[in-house]
Design a protein around this ligand. Structure first.
Ligand SMILES: [Zn+2]
Length: 465
């Protein structure tokens, strides 16, 4: 029988109440798939860990045939890619070098929005077949993108998470130790047939009870949104007594400064995972504070960009999920900008080779800023925006823009006349004041269409400050 990891609530009311929501990964979290993943983990663990030490040349030798194969596969089997690449003159078998690959056009959400889902999956497969699993992107982008995976793609992604935990926890990552996850998604299985169990909490509502729960579960790794770190600060002594091997932040912007601060007070590494629902883990921050792209699941291109302010080392990130055969994202631009370090022959003190990501810059413009210079996580503001405007027939689409003077914000929307939305905007404004802990001057602007953003992401929140 499958271990019901969510039943380990130890009679704690708020933990029980906030762990009942299904996560989208539950669709593949069956005992059968857990068995499959457990077997793969046993067979492939040594290889998976060894790949972390690959040189740039080794990574390239691994990547090239796979890039060539996924491009040809997509060109032959997926209607969208066939038309997309054909219109750029692509012919089967033309990827013979990485330079050839880099001549392919980029994909982004703007392009995908105009593509019908059935044109983005291989011909002849049934969307509703039980061997396929649907998930979807969420968060700040405004449009949910459905994603189709098969068992191969699911288990590759899950294994890359277990590898991350193993890498961070070392010998202490034993089958009886728990992983604790605070999120509405989990990205891996709830256990491997009872081994390496994960408890998923959707939200911390009672911090005291949450810490008591941690003390019962005694996880080796804790995954959370960085916005929870300050909530846990009053419990630093008790949390550091748990001797967790790492706290992994994800999904929202956090600064290195913050992570170092919380590493010190929680007495464990607080490290950032840079990932996306589309492709999985893109890069993980190491204890020496460099993000290293995963060497084998996703091909990560860091392409230098000129910045108007003259900042050095800024790059766009293009990802290729080259093992996926249901819905491969090829040269996919999430719209993120990062700053980079190192070079192909560089070896970090952690042992990993190649160029590094020093900071994920792009997602910061999804965050609002406060007078105290703090970032307010997108998730909180997005939820508030959604709860006000998603259900009204008077607002078709919207965007919140924080201006250079940070108490000035514009609410842009497409929809009915201003007098029909005023009351909602006023209610949102008072909620926003509470979140930002400052006075705000919110201007309502009705537009015919929301302006396109440079990254093509349809953003709900933009910070110009
Ligand atoms: Zn490193």
């Amino acid at each position: 029988m499958k271990l019901d990891t969510q039943s380990f609530t130890y009679g704690l009311e708020s933990i029980y109440k906030n762990s009942r929501m299904e996560v989208q990964e539950d669709s593949y979290d069956t005992l059968e798939i857990q068995k499959h993943i457990r077997q793969r983990w046993i067979n492939e663990k040594v290889d998976l860990l060894a790949r972390n030490k690959w040189t740039t040349q080794q990574k390239l030798s691994y990547a090239l045939p796979k890039l060539s194969s996924v491009v040809d596969y997509a060109f032959e089997n997926i209607p969208f890619y066939h038309e997309f690449y054909k219109s750029h003159g692509y012919k089967l078998g033309e990827i013979r070098s990485v330079d050839d690959f880099k001549c392919l056009p980029l994909l982004n959400k703007g392009i995908l929005r105009s593509v019908k889902t059935e044109d983005f999956i291989p011909r002849g497969i049934s969307k509703d077949s039980p061997e396929f699993f649907w998930s979807s992107t969420s968060g700040s982008s405004g449009v949910a993108l459905p994603i189709l995976r098969d068992i191969g793609s699911v288990s590759n992604n899950v294994l890359s998470y277990y590898r991350m935990f193993q890498q961070l926890a070392g010998d202490e990552f034993s089958p009886d130790r728990w992983i604790y996850n605070i999120h509405h998604i989990r990205s891996w299985t709830s256990s491997m047939c009872g081994d390496y169990p994960t408890f998923t909490l959707n939200d911390i509502v009672e911090p005291e009870e949450f810490v008591r729960h941690l003390e019962q579960i005694r996880p080796v790794i804790l995954n959370l949104l960085p916005s929870y770190l300050p909530v846990l600060e009053p419990y630093a002594t008790r949390i550091s007594a748990l001797k967790m091997k790492a706290i992994i932040t994800n999904s929202e912007a956090s600064s290195r400064h913050e992570r170092e601060y919380y590493s010190a007070i929680f007495n464990t590494y607080v490290l950032d995972e840079y990932s996306s629902e589309e492709v999985g883990i893109i890069a993980l921050e190491c204890p020496h504070r460099h993000y290293h792209p995963d060497p084998d699941q996703v091909y990560v291109e860091l392409v230098d960009i000129e910045s108007s302010s003259g900042d050095a080392n800024l790059a766009s990130v293009y990802c290729t999920d080259y093992l996926c055969r249901t819905m491969p994202f090829i040269r996919y631009d999430h719209g993120d900008i990062v700053s980079t370090g190192g070079h192909d022959a560089y070896q970090c003190k952690c042992g990993k080779y190649g160029r590094t990501i020093e900071r994920v810059e792009g997602r910061k413009d999804d965050c609002l800023k406060t007078l105290g210079g703090h970032y307010v996580p997108t998730a909180i503001v997005t939820n508030t925006l959604d709860s006000h405007f998603n259900a009204t027939p008077h607002v078709e689409s919207f965007r919140l823009v924080q201006k250079r003077n940070i108490s000035d914000l514009d609410f842009l929307y497409v929809g009915s006349d201003v007098n029909l939305v005023e009351a909602l905007v006023a209610s949102f404004a008072s909620e926003l004041k509470r979140i930002l802990k400052m006075d705000v001057n919110l201007k309502t602007i009705r537009v015919d269409a929301l302006p396109t953003t440079a990254s093509y992401k349809r953003k709900k929140i933009i910070c110009e400050a």
